[in-house]
Design a protein around this ligand. Sequence first.
Ligand SMILES: Cc1ncc(COP(=O)(O)O)c(C=O)c1O
Length: 492
Amino acid sequence: MTIFESNNTNSDIPKYLQLAEAIRNTIRNGKLLAKDNLPSVKSISQDMHINRHTVMKAFAELIAEGWIESKQRVGYTVVANLPIEQSQSSSNVTTRQRSFDFRLVRNGIKLTDYPAEQFTYNFSGGQPDLSLFPFNEFKRHMSAVLARPQTSQLSYGESAGTPELIEQIKIYLRKSRAITNREVVVTNGSQEAMYILAQLLLKPGDKVAVEGINYPPAMSIFKNAGAELVCIQQDEQGLLPEDLAVKISQGNIRLIYLTPLHQYPTAVTLSVSRRMKIYQLACQHKIPIIEDDYDHEFHYRCQPLPPMASEDPQQLVIYMSTFSKIMFPGARIGLVAVNKKLAKAITEYRLLICHKSNVLMQSALAKWMQDGGFERHLRRITRTNLHRRDHAISLLHSYGCFEFEIPDGGMALWVKLKQVNLKQNTVTDSKISASQLSEQAKKCNIRIQHESQYQLIAENNQDRYIRIGYAGMHEDKFAKGIELLFGIIQSQ
Ligand SMILES: Cc1ncc(COP(=O)(O)O)c(C=O)c1O
């Protein structure tokens, strides 16, 4: 009777390979030890009712792999130096098969068990509406890139991004944001840019000045680099320069992170005078500023304020932006516009991480921009987002239980929860907290983000605010989702 252990019952695999696998298992499990003789070809063939050639073929395979050897007058034996111990009997198999427990010295951002796009009503703040993207139009540019690939670009090298795209982005930044005289590096989304900058500019123990309510992925990056977050006070007009001055005087602030056009998550626009004060402080104390201009295009009340980077004689503002809101996050196109020295450092650091950009996507985007399709799409979605914002504002006002300031732009509203008492015709604080609402909303297939997810100072957390993104959904769907949310709030 054969002793070989087969796990494989797959008849698509040739017999000789199944037998080789069975012999390997028997050796791995310690039933055949180093130097042990294998049963003869004849006995295996008789026991297992297989052709002798099949057995010979299996042995030849195992010899080639280094499991067994053939010795004159002895026959086939397990090779002498196989590091399998006698004590490894089958009772130990379960211990050996248990998944290895890696020592993790760092961690990233927790995966969610229910991704945003799986919700029927996804109120995530920065979500563009993918159904509005002109895939067919873009496909033409992608096809053109594939039809005439620039083979030199498809190889390694040029880690700053595809030259044609860099050129188009420079033109776009000059025309739409008055940003000139800077080098552009294209990154896999602005998240990668932020990560590289943190690695390049921060040491463990350094401090980063941030608003106390903020964009969690950026905060995770700074902490991951070993930096300490120093929360600067903010009010309804954004960050308070006076508090920044105090915190700077306490020492060791090496970086300031701002989302000045639409503060994340409140969407407040930082006023010109505050920007100037912050810039003066940064110059005085030689602290670089990251200006994360993630949704510049969506400003409705007036022309968007020019970025801080457009009036930056010292070039200490690190300007970054993204195509995730204009196109779709999966495009993974972000950019940094900085001085030559920093651009070189970022480009070189990119070589450490990913060698190279996605040449096809970047080349297609460059063609789309060159052709004017990008600008046309931009005009369309800006109009749509403005329309959706106006719709969201009047709809939310009509319910009476959503209190908010109307921001000058962005893709979301920062909303305080209230409760309407219809009998007494009064409005009071809501009985349900923002985090409870978010939890209960999940049951109705609604994703809504809440204050606790953004608050860095636990004692400031009122657990009263939610962030309602209006750009990602058609008005009808938005209205249905809000009706359901209202129902949850009022049912308390
Ligand atoms: C504040 C902020 N910065 C940057 C980004 C964009 O990140 P990425 O370009 O990596 O998609 C977002 C997207 O949600 C954001 O909200």
